[in-house]
Design a protein around this ligand. Structure first.
Ligand code: HPA
Length: 273
């Protein structure tokens, strides 16, 4: 029977996990999800073997520019790493289960830590394009949850410290040692998209406590916490919501510019964990 790329069973995920582990030379320690425009960011820090998603059996493939699709496998500071360069989003029509297959695969390959990145719009008026925001909590407004209908003994995942305070502390130290003064800490709200926010929505999101808004990450974090993985999340602020208009080109441009700073922080965190 052919594997179903859009509804992979555990055998398919296990096969993909062995493909990744074989390329890594053993079980994976750390999985990284690289958000929009960030696919190339880590290249300066490791020699990666690239396995394009079409060579994995269970990863859904998406067409949007800037979302290259490959698992980058390598060693950083003696730790085996897989970086997913490209993810699919619910706004493309994928389900919560499909957008979190990367996390399922990372877990199957042994990863105990998930580093999740994204491009996000600022709601906090103190933020500027090019800032990095260490995610200290999230609000899930995607209208979906990867645990819905999942066959789990206990789907009631605790989300108290979803973004690991220890990893965030390490990241703050790393940012300090890199003299990167544009690193913030804040709350990420995940929306379905793909339209950007109206001014009224932006006011509402700020009012409920969000500092940055995007269309990913929260579902991956939920599944990673269900698996007991530690999560470190970073948003790259690519635009300020409503100032005056948000375009996909602007988001990609800022992501490319700030990518190396984000990669340096990730590299420093990996060194210290
Ligand atoms: N809104 C939602 N998602 C985003 C934005 C935004 O302004 N920028 C980058 N991703």
């Amino acid at each position: 029977m052919n594997a179903d790329r859009f509804n992979p069973n555990d055998d398919t995920i296990a096969k993909d996990a062995s493909t990744i582990e074989a390329a890594a030379g053993g079980p994976i320690d750390i999985a990284i999800v690289l958000g929009s425009g960030l696919s190339n960011a880590l290249a300066a820090h490791a020699d990666f073997t690239s396995i394009t998603y079409d060579r994995l059996l269970g990863i859904p493939v998406a067409p949007l520019a800037g979302h290259a699709g490959a698992a980058l496998i390598g060693t950083m500071h003696g730790k085996r790493v897989v970086a997913f360069a490209g993810r699919v989003h619910m706004y493309q029509g994928f389900s919560a289960a499909q957008v979190t297959v990367n996390v399922r695969l990372a877990h199957a390959a042994g990863a105990k830590t998930l580093i999740v990145t994204n491009a996000a719009g600022a709601l906090n008026s103190a933020y500027r394009a090019g800032d990095l925001m260490l995610i200290d909590d999230h609000i899930n407004l995607m209208g979906a949850n990867p645990l819905t209908g999942a066959r789990l003994d206990n789907p009631f995942t605790d989300m108290m410290h979803a973004y690991d305070p220890g990893l965030r502390g390490i990241a703050k130290d790393v940012a300090g040692s890199l003299d990167d003064e544009r690193v913030r800490e804040g709350v990420y709200v995940g929306l379905l998209g793909p339209s950007y926010e109206t001014p009224a929505e932006a006011r509402y999101l700020r009012g409920i406590g969000a500092d940055a808004v995007g269309m990913s990450t929260v579902l991956e974090t939920i599944l990673a916490r269900t698996f007991g993985m530690k999560v470190f999340g970073v948003s790259l602020i690519t635009n300020v919501v409503g100032a005056p208009e948000t375009t996909h080109a602007e988001v990609m441009h800022e992501a490319n510019l700030a990518g190396p700073r984000l990669a340096a922080i990730i590299d420093g965190v990996i060194e210290k964990i």
